[in-house]
Design a protein around this ligand. Structure first.
Ligand SMILES: Nc1ncnc2c1ncn2[C@@H]1O[C@H](COP(=O)(O)OP(=O)(O)OP(=O)(O)O)[C@@H](O)[C@H]1O
Ligand SMILES: [Mg+2]
Length: 337
């Protein structure tokens, strides 16, 4: 695992009127999945490719575990970095197993991958080795090729993974399956990942951290919940769909609606639950409030009213302003319209 720090990174392509990446600074936590989210042309790919030095910054630095990427030879640097792109780029004349095996040898790693390890990697991405290892890329569907691309990037056991819209061209169902696969893999092998997408749903689902880009600039950087709870501006608010109440319930932690004291019922919920889980638990148990706990310690309680108040602060609920959220007993008077 590794931290990746972008320190005032700028990239100006020759002849362009505006920088493609404009003074961007943020730090990806060790072992986190950081999503680069933004509209087309906002500089996501440029930023990503500066990490493995396919592009060098015009100014600023990128530090991996505190060491500037420019301090190492690009080839050596790339040994520690897996790179997955949308056009998978498998070698057509090599079998699937050979495609997976080839990356470590290209990178000059001493030992070849054993057949056992190749099979392990294929299994990891959900491809039955017996069925697939001897096939050629053209004998696989697009989604299956994408999985091989992922297995191949994992083969060198890099501590950093860069993924540029790896699931962009896939249908919604396959895409969701691969997203789940990625989360499962991340649960086991835990690498620091930077993942480019323009799909908000994907960013919210996969991201521990999200960097929102627009026209080369970093507009906001934070956890999904932070972006939904307090979008930096209208652009982020609209992009994230921060006003969408379902989205809030789905992605905000129950902790945002916490109020002091234990609930007067025995029903408890973990602090890692979402508002949605809390809401469903309230409905299923017919209770008015739930105690929120963390490792057996009571953190507080939540109720429909406390959620309503918490979401009122985000401005998502009509007729609930921050003021009425502060004074729960006072019913908000219907807005004169
Ligand atoms: N090699 C290049 N030479 C000149 N300009 C470039 C080059 N590559 C990218 N650009 C410009 O830099 C800007 C950022 O491009 P980039 O590919 O980083 O965007 P992106 O956010 O990845 O977009 P998309 O979502 O469409 O992939 C764009 O305006 C693009 O036209
Ligand atoms: Mg791109």
């Amino acid at each position: 695992m590794a931290t990746i720090e972008f320190a005032d990174v700028t990239k100006e392509y020759p002849g362009a009127s505006e920088p493609a990446v404009n003074h961007v600074s943020f730090t990806v936590r060790e072992g986190a999945i950081c999503m680069l989210l933004g509209t087309s042309g906002s500089g996501k790919t440029t930023l990503l490719r500066m990490v493995n030095r396919l592009i060098d910054p015009t100014s600023g630095k990128i530090l991996i575990d505190g060491v500037a990427t420019t301090a190492s030879d690009p080839i050596k640097l790339r040994r520690g970095i897996g790179y997955v792109i949308q056009q998978v780029g498998l070698f057509p004349h090599l079998t699937i197993a050979e495609n997976v095996r080839i990356v470590p040898s290209i990178l000059g790693q001493p030992a070849n991958l054993t057949t056992g390890r190749v099979d392990e990697l294929l299994t990891l991405v959900g491809l039955e080795p017996k069925e697939y290892r001897r096939r050629y890329p053209r004998q696989l569907s697009g989604g299956q090729q994408q999985r091989v691309g992922l297995a191949r990037a994992l083969a060198a056991d890099p501590k950093v993974m860069l993924l540029d819209e790896p699931f962009g061209a896939l249908d919604a169902i396959t895409r969701e399956r691969l997203q789940d696969e990625l989360l499962r893999i991340q649960g086991g092998v835990s690498k620091t990942m930077i993942f480019v997408t323009h799909d908000v749903q994907e960013a919210l689902k996969l991201g521990d951290q999200i960097a929102v880009m627009s026209e080369g600039k970093l507009i906001q950087f934070g956890a999904p919940g932070e972006l939904i709870m307090s979008p930096a501006n209208d652009f982020v608010r609209r992009l994230i769909g921060a006003d969408n109440i379902l989205r809030q319930f789905e992605y905000l932690s129950v902790v945002v609606a916490l109020e002091p004291g234990a609930a007067p019922t025995s029903v408890r919920i973990g602090s890692d639950a979402t508002l949605m889980r809390a809401l469903l638990t309230l409905i299923e148990t017919g209770q008015n409030a739930l105690t929120v706990e963390d490792d057996g310690n009571v953190l507080g309680q939540v109720s429909l009213a406390s959620m309503y108040r918490a979401l009122g602060k985000t401005g998502a609920l009509p007729g609930v302003s921050a003021d009425s959220a502060e004074a729960p007993k006072r019913r908000a008077t219907p807005a004169a319209q």
